[in-house]
Design a protein. Structure first.
Lengths: 386, 349
């Protein structure tokens, strides 16, 4: 793969990653759940007491290089409990040899299960992606909608390498069911087989297609929101820049959930969470290297691929940006919001204390996730509801 | 999280989901999260509604798997219910019970008991059990905490220490809590002095003493726990080692102990563990050979190797004591019992 014009192979209908393959895919080393860390440690774990009962004997073991870890804020207790469940199966550190494993581990559950009991209809369509290649999009509609509705173009989380157009979709189904939006979600081609600009330009093609066929889709052309999480959030930020610069579709807002914005990895938070949580520095380097190859970190990377590099953040649609305090993207997200403000733009930024990357996807039942989801939904409601 | 568990199962059929459920509630207990958070985790793990009722004062909570509150009026739990100390928790499972339901319910009940139990009433956010086990707290304050916990000033008790992931059979009664230590958060329980073992894997029992010395009992319990080696040795009572464990409990963690460092090389031999076990238990070379299941000439040649490496004869006079202490300290320094077993290795859990 990776040649222009080649057909995408990761269509949902023919998932290549079978159970048999899973057995041959390298598994990550089992990550020890945080439960065995000392009660007061460099991660900021709190014991339930104000003192530590000191006990003679050997010193507490150094866990995974904790002794050399930089100062970093601690995870929310409910989220730590979530990590204890996930432990080892969604490793913090994704190296290139784990890409196939992650494709198996991060594949979304059957969409029929996700939509069961919801008043949402699903239609799969093939449209022209980057360079005219066929790609699949799904259109999700409120079952009882009539007239023109707000539109959402959704870009799934992927680390640029894994997942599918339904990954994390359950968190935005409320926008369809409750707010009445029509959602288009794109099966964009991913790295390393399809490096930059395939992922973003497939998504841009889906955005243009949505705007061009808005009436047939039941979408108000003047109320199209773009939204994405993680790598999808970075792509979404790139879509907003590209739409502005190419005089593309008018956008009423951009939702950037813990977006992957900067291939250079220069923010302090990038180096703060090695080996803990979800998606650490090494994982990020793996993702960017897959997308950009040798160009990663160099002078030739496009602003659309790495929106943190954009020199002009003016004249963008209103942005909603949320991110966890305990994740490598924290400082990139804060800087991006600051850049928009500096350019006189509209950005709302929420930084959630104790949150690791994509915590709302991994542990939606927790108080922190409920707060994040509620806050995001409220902003989207404000922007798109009739 | 039920979907995550299902996915983990699909990716690795050998994975112990039970341990993941336990580890999840461990974190919630240590993090001192509220009842709704505990219920939300249970509901999320189970993929069904979970509920809680406290008799005094009356208080009910129900949540769905997304952690959202549900009405509590007229809901009578049946089936998957646990009641204790005026606290009731339940899972609302339609259809047959799932494999993890019992474990989710048990851990939820434990966590709710700790969150809502008597020990939580203190003003300074420190729980009584932690207070009576902390030798740095003035004795008068510890005695106050002890009486709040219903411990009698004239009685003797011992402390049981276990990791949060320990597997329990029946539990002895007694105040219990999660207590932070240099080795991570441990489950501590105060039991009567004549309770000499517990049905738990792994667990250590401290020496019996009055309330004043419970911090020492806890330290010896932790040493005993760290000497455990399941499945062969799931439980150790500090009494078995007399005053020795007391010495170990109070020894500085990073003390320079040349005998232990010399022993490091001996332990490279495959025969080292059973041989040293036999030597420190036996009264003679022949008895050591019998305990170790080897011919006495084999035992003799091993003793010769040990003598050469350590620089003293391990079955002669003071040498026996030196070897015994060095071996115990070596075992403590290399203890793996507080590490959560790898998921694959714990299918039996």
């Amino acid at each position: 793969m990776g040649h222009s014009g080649e057909l995408p192979t990761k269509q949902r209908s023919s998932r290549p990653f079978t159970r048999q393959m899973a057995d041959t895919v390298r598994r990550p080393a089992v990550i020890r759940p945080d439960s065995r860390l000392p009660p007061v440690d460099s991660v900021g774990n709190r014991g339930v007491h104000s003192t530590v009962v000191s006990i003679g004997g050997a010193v507490a073991r150094d866990e995974a290089g904790q002794g050399m870890a930089p100062a970093r804020p601690g995870f929310d207790p409910e989220l730590k409990a979530g990590l204890a469940v996930v432990g080892g199966f969604f490793p913090p550190t994704v190296t290139p040899d784990l890409i196939d494993y992650m494709r198996e581990a991060y594949a979304s559950p059957p969409i029929e299960d996700t939509l069961r009991g919801r008043a949402i209809t699903l239609e799969d369509l093939t449209i022209a992606g980057y360079r005219g290649d066929p790609i699949t999009v799904s259109v999700l509609r409120p079952a009882r909608a009539s007239g023109l509705r707000p539109g959402v173009v959704f870009t799934h989380s992927s680390g640029m390498m894994f997942g599918d157009r339904f990954s994390g979709i359950e968190l935005v189904l409320e926008w369809i069911e409750r707010l009445g939006a029509v959602m288009v979600t794109t099966e964009y081609r991913m790295a390393p087989e399809c490096p930059d600009p395939y992922p973003r330009e497939d998504c841009y093609a889906a955005l243009e297609w949505t705007a061009a066929t808005a009436e047939q889709l039941g979408i108000r052309r003047d109320r199209i929101l773009i939204a994405g999480a993680s790598a999808g959030g970075g792509i979404t930020a790139g879509l907003a820049l590209a739409a502005r610069d190419r005089s593309g579709p008018a956008l009423c807002g951009q939702v950037l959930d813990y977006p992957m914005l900067d291939d250079r990895g220069i923010a302090l938070s990038t180096r703060q969470f090695d080996g803990v949580g979800v998606w650490d520095r090494i994982s990020n380097e793996t993702g960017w290297a897959a997308l950009l190859g040798e160009a990663r970190g160099g002078p030739t990377v496009s602003e659309y691929a790495a929106p943190a590099r954009a020199s002009d953040l003016g004249n963008l649609p209103p942005a909603f940006i949320d991110v966890g305090v305990c994740e490598i993207f924290r400082d990139e997200a804060v800087a991006y919001a600051s850049g928009i403000w500096a350019a006189g733009g509209d950005a709302e930024l929420h930084v959630w204390a104790g949150g690791f990357h994509a915590f709302d996807i991994f542990a939606p039942h927790t108080a922190l996730s409920r707060g994040m989801i509620r806050t995001r939904d409220a902003w989207v409601e404000k922007i798109i509801e009739d | 999280m039920q979907q995550l568990l299902a996915k983990i199962s699909a990716l690795d059929p050998e994975a112990s989901l039970t341990l993941r459920v336990i580890a999840c509630f461990d974190e919630l207990i240590v993090g001192n999260v509220n009842t709704r958070a505990l219920l939300s985790a249970a509901a999320s793990l189970g993929g069904c509604n979970a509920g809680f009722r406290q008799d005094h004062p009356l208080r009910s909570i129900r949540v769905n798997p997304r952690g959202e509150l549900l009405p509590t009026d007229g809901v009578e739990p049946d089936g998957l219910v646990q009641r204790a100390d005026g606290l009731t928790v339940w899972l609302e499972r339609d259809g047959p019970k799932h494999a993890n339901d019992d474990m989710i319910l048990e851990r939820l009940a434990l966590a709710v008991r700790i969150r809502c139990g008597q020990g939580r009433q203190d003003l300074d956010n420190r729980r009584d059990l932690g207070v009576i086990l902390d030798g740095a707290v003035p004795i008068a304050e510890r005695q106050l905490s002890a009486s709040r916990l219903g411990l009698r000033p004239t009685a003797a008790y011992r402390v049981v220490a276990a990791p949060l992931f320990a597997l329990w059979g029946s539990r002895p009664g007694g105040p219990e809590d999660v207590v932070p230590t240099a080795f991570g958060s441990l489950h501590a329980m105060v039991v009567a002095h004549d309770c000499t073992t517990v049905e738990a894997t792994p667990a250590g029992l401290g020496i019996a003493c009055g309330i004043e010395h419970l911090p020492h009992s806890f330290r010896t319990a932790v040493v005993a726990l760290r000497l455990c080696s399941p499945p062969a040795t799931p439980v150790i009572n500090a009494d078995e080692y007399g005053g020795l464990i007391g010495l170990l409990a109070d020894a500085p963690a990073d003390g320079h102990m040349p005998d232990v460092e010399l022993l490091d090389d001996v332990m490279d031999h495959a025969w080292a563990c059973p041989t040293l076990d036999a030597l420190i238990r036996a009264g003679s070379l022949r008895q050591a050979a019998r305990l170790g299941g080897v011919h006495h000439s084999t035992m003799q040649s091993r003793v010769d190797v040990i003598t050469a490496m350590m620089g003293f004869d391990p079955i002669d006079g003071l040498g026996r004591t030196r070897l015994g202490i060095a071996y115990l300290v070596w075992r403590l320094r290399h203890s793996r019992v507080l590490e959560l077993p790898a998921p694959n290795a714990a299918a039996s859990a």
